[in-house]
Ligand binder design. Structure first.
Ligand code: GTP
Ligand code: MG
Ligand code: ZN
Length: 290
């Protein structure tokens, strides 16, 4: 039988058969170890119904190490307007990571009930103008959920974002039911408490899955070379070709030489995106030194 792994706890895997919708609990064949592969959530596998073992893992479209998941087609980046406040540096880092992986990005702005509309618009416009899909949400009141659902159809999506932004609340709202646990915000720090610790795929519709995760490790970005970073800031591309130097870093070069800097000065590239580019570039430089 053929299926998708939707959950994994140590050596035990839950596999859903797409045809009959039944869930089977399987173990992985010991022989996978010998070839250095471990099945992960998202893997498409061949399994024996009688023996309850996974026998074959199909080639992966992609693979993310932290959280361990394979074959995703879209990353949904969740930020919240308040508690915790929007972390655009993390968002830009993760957007660059998604570009480097070649998977689609969707941005969700949650907790829109907690701030004024103009505050939301500022962030909405930065990303909408670049060409990203952006959805505004009040997950607690389920407002905006239908719009989000449309953006998830036919995709295997993973939710990512800081603890407490509302990822689990969104999953529960999508199902109109409590399927995953939501946490509180710490009174003291106004941050989340890392309630979700498992990666798990939920089926919303035919061929439509969404995963709740503890969020992506920011270490993933360290796999990008700093020289490549600007390629993953997609609105930089049309300007990069007009820089005077091949290999322009768009940081230390003079404004006359660098078309990206000029675009930032003319507000064709947003200030916050440019600043975050510089910060991430610097971070990558320091990681590589170590
Ligand atoms: N005001 C408001 N609160 C929300 C909204 N969405 C979620 N919350 C609250 O934010 C808190 C954290 O939500 P979770 O869904 O547990 O957050 P999470 O991103 O899954 O957090 P981790 O599992 O720790 O990564 C809960 O108390 C939710 O009720 C919203 O749209 N508005
Ligand atoms: Mg959670
Ligand atoms: Zn430049």
């Amino acid at each position: 039988m053929k299926g998708i792994i939707i959950e994994n706890i140590s050596n035990l895997y839950k596999v859903i058969n797409q045809e009959n919708k039944e869930i089977y609990k399987c173990l992985a064949r010991g022989s996978f170890k010998n070839i250095g592969i471990t099945p992960v959530v998202g893997d498409i596998v061949e399994f024996s119904e009688k023996e309850n073992v996974i026998e074959k893992i199909y080639d992966r479209e992609n693979y993310i190490k932290r959280p361990k998941i394979a074959n995703i087609t879209q990353i949904v980046f969740v930020i919240s307007m308040k508690h915790p406040k929007p972390d655009l540096l993390l968002l830009d880092k993760q957007l660059a990571f998604a570009e480097s992986l070649g998977v689609k990005s969707l941005i969700v702005i949650n907790k829109c009930d907690l701030v004024e509309e103009n505050e939301i618009e500022k962030i909405f416009n930065i990303y909408k103008n670049i060409g990203y899909d952006v959805v505004k949400l009040k997950a607690k009141e389920k407002a905006g959920i239908e719009n989000l659902k449309e953006n998830l159809l036919g995709e295997i999506s993973v939710l990512s974002g800081n603890s407490g932004v509302g990822k689990s609340t969104i999953i529960n709202a999508l199902f109109n039911d409590v399927v995953t646990s939501e946490g509180d915000i710490s009174e003291k720090s106004k941050r989340g408490k890392n309630t979700t610790t498992l990666v798990k795929l939920y089926e919303i519709d035919k061929n439509t899955f969404v995963a709740d995760t503890p969020g992506f490790s920011t270490f993933e970005i360290s796999e990008i070379e700093k020289e490549d970073l600007s390629h993953f800031f997609k609105e930089f591309k049309p300007f990069m070709e007009k820089c005077n130097y091949i290999g322009c870093s768009h940081i230390k070069e003079a404004d006359e030489e660098c078309a990206v800097k000029r675009a930032k000065n003319n507000q064709e590239i947003s200030e916050s995106r440019y600043e975050n580019y510089c910060k991430i570039y610097e971070e990558l430089k320091n990681i590589k030194k170590w």
